[in-house]
Write a protein that binds this ligand. Structure first.
Ligand SMILES: NC(=O)C1=CN([C@@H]2O[C@H](COP(=O)(O)OP(=O)(O)OC[C@H]3O[C@@H](n4cnc5c(N)ncnc54)[C@H](O)[C@@H]3O)[C@@H](O)[C@H]2O)C=CC1
Ligand SMILES: O=C1[C@@H](O)[C@H](O)[C@@H](O)[C@H](O)[C@H]1O
Length: 335
């Protein structure tokens, strides 16, 4: 296969961004089709990028001229669309969350395992971000000794009013769940989610910000503040504390301007700006690996493990108490 023909399911904020990326920035790939219930939006994007719009997402997944699929539909339809990708043997880059709960995520892992081919990559794009990659390399080198703690900050400027407390765990905090699992190369066994008095700038009942503590099997810990209505801009930071030093990423100290009696640096408006390079690398490496018949990124198991942690996190969000993570035995599932 010389050129990967890609179809995108769901062309809202993230799907439209990926459509541009595949059509204009990714080598070895061609955008051939997009699908969205908002037919007008799909047709507009398709016309602009030289693809065709297909009304039914399952028809796009089955189409003979679609070699591989990007799922950027809402999380609650991922399970059905992932099963369709597996049924048609289509490699798929599925935006996080893999599915909405641990039970359906595990069914996806099992179905893929039964096929005997890894077809699913999960959109945990931070694993491709140059700053996160440099941090992982530094920690893995052992130069700072053993890593003990991660402190994370994850702030969005604003989110739509439909974004409820549960989504802060499942859609936002899930990134730190994956970062902690990846940087420590370990599973999270317990999660506690606590909430201070919420900001007054959200709809009634939305618990924002949230503070979480992850405890890992090997004894390390990670904390995160997730605040999705921060008002200022998009900020994602991670400080790793190790035995002989610490390392911080996400300080945004690119260009510091001194003008008009202020000194400062720009804060990105959202994830598309801050993680542009990470998304570019994620999609390019997914295309390259797919053409080789391989997988080179976070797996369905990673999506399942994150779903299991988030499910425990939602229970903790309701009670404020620590909740043990119920994770299937990896060896028993994947043999
Ligand atoms: N990796 C990352 O940093 C980010 C990931 N995401 C993920 O991307 C996915 C989409 O999120 P957004 O683009 O922010 O949402 P969005 O609401 O902007 O777009 C979702 C699109 O999917 C369409 N849709 C609804 N039902 C569908 C169905 N059954 N089949 C196909 N399309 C359907 C909607 O009409 C809409 O156009 C989610 O899984 C989200 O968690 C979103 C933002 C950033
Ligand atoms: O995945 C993402 C969004 O879905 C989520 O809503 C944001 O909080 C995250 O920062 C972004 O990376």
């Amino acid at each position: 296969m010389s050129e990967l023909r890609v179809g995108i399911v769901g062309v809202g904020v993230m799907g439209a961004d990926h459509a541009e990326r595949v059509a204009r920035k990714t080598s070895g790939a061609r955008l051939v089709a997009v699908s969205d219930p908002d037919q007008k939006r799909a047709e507009g994007i398709a016309a602009r990028l030289g693809a065709r719009a297909i009304g039914d997402p399952l028809e796009l997944i089955a189409a003979a001229d679609v070699d591989a699929v990007i799922l950027a539909s809402p999380g609650f339809v991922h399970a059905e669309q992932l099963f369709a990708c597996l049924e048609h043997g289509k490699p798929v880059l599925c935006e996080k969350p893999l599915t909405m709960d641990a039970e359906s995520a595990l069914r996806v892992v099992e179905a893929e395992h039964k096929l005997g081919r890894q077809l699913i990559q999960v959109g945990f794009m931070r694993r491709f971000d140059p700053e996160y990659v440099a941090l992982k390399q530094l920690l893995d080198s052992g130069e700072l000794g053993r890593t003990l703690v991660l402190h994370n900050v994850h702030r969005n400027k604003t989110v739509p009013t439909t974004f409820r407390s549960e989504m802060i765990v499942r859609d936002s905090m899930v990134h730190e769940v994956d970062v902690a699992r990846w940087l420590f190369d370990d599973e999270i066994t317990r999660i506690t989610v606590r909430t201070p008095k919420p900001t007054g700038l959200v709809s009634e009942g939305v618990l924002d910000p949230q503070l979480a503590l992850f405890e890992l099997a090997g004894g390390a810990m990670a904390d995160v503040e997730v605040f999705v209505n921060f008002q200022v801009g998009y900020e994602v930071r991670c400080e790793a504390v190790a035995e002989r030093g610490s390392a911080t990423i996400g300080l945004g100290t690119g260009v510091v301007t001194r003008a008009g009696a202020t000194c400062g640096t720009a804060i990105p408006a959202d994830f598309r700006v801050r993680f542009e390079q990470a998304y570019d690398l994620e999609v390019q490496r997914w295309v390259d690996a797919t053409v080789r018949g391989e997988l080179d990124g976070p797996t369905a198991w990673d999506g399942y493990a994150a779903a299991a942690v988030c499910e425990a996190g939602l229970e903790s969000l309701a009670t404020g108490q620590p909740v043990e993570v119920a994770l299937a035995d990896r060896n028993a599932v994947l043999g």
